[in-house]
Design a protein around this ligand. Structure first.
Ligand code: MG
Ligand code: ZN
Length: 172
């Protein structure tokens, strides 16, 4: 029995792993960025566990049921196997609309903190990555590192990488 790896990278889904299709709810609409799997492969080669942390307010807004989100994620799990990668270690889903004022929606830290505790991860070695400032802020709020990838906002104050692959290549 090998020791559990204590470090992880938490990833936003829409606009980070796959293209943001504006309330995507069908597996056939999943479209990866060209560098997604190459980046994930480098991350896992460095010993990072991978998790997905996603706000899916389309559920709370009544656009699609939570079961549709699970179906999309099942397809994304299968894609990891297809690419000979380790499976995602967890899916953090906030299904609420912003006006529900829940405790899990990014940039709140709850979804990340639950995985840190559940899996005994070392916060100092963990990252949250996403295409929005709230993703990086979510990581900071959870006590881990945070960075924005792909989409740079003018007012952005967080660490930035032009692509997921650029981030992966920066790992020591
Ligand atoms: Mg996003
Ligand atoms: Zn929520």
């Amino acid at each position: 029995m090998t020791n559990k790896t204590p470090k992880a990278i938490f990833l936003d889904r829409d606009g980070t792993l796959i293209r943001d299709k504006n309330y995507l709810s069908r597996a056939e609409d999943i479209e990866y960025f060209p560098d997604t799997f190459a980046a994930l492969k480098i991350m896992q080669a460095h010993g990072y566990r991978l998790y997905v942390i996603t706000n899916q307010s389309g559920v709370g807004r009544g656009y699609f049921p939570l079961e549709a989100v699970h179906a999309v994620h099942a397809a994304m799990d299968a894609d990891m196997t297809t690419h000979k990668l380790e499976p995602y270690q967890g899916w953090g889903i906030c299904p609420h609309s912003p006006d529900e004022a829940c405790s899990c929606r990014k940039p709140g830290p709850q979804m990340i903190q639950e995985f840190l505790q559940r899996d005994g991860l070392d916060p100092k070695l963990c990252w949250m990555l996403g295409d929005k400032e709230i993703d990086a802020a979510c990581g900071i709020n959870a006590g881990i590192q945070g960075a924005v990838v792909r989409e740079k906002s003018a007012a952005g104050a967080h660490t930035y990488f032009a692509s997921l692959l650029d981030f992966a290549k920066s790992l020591g």
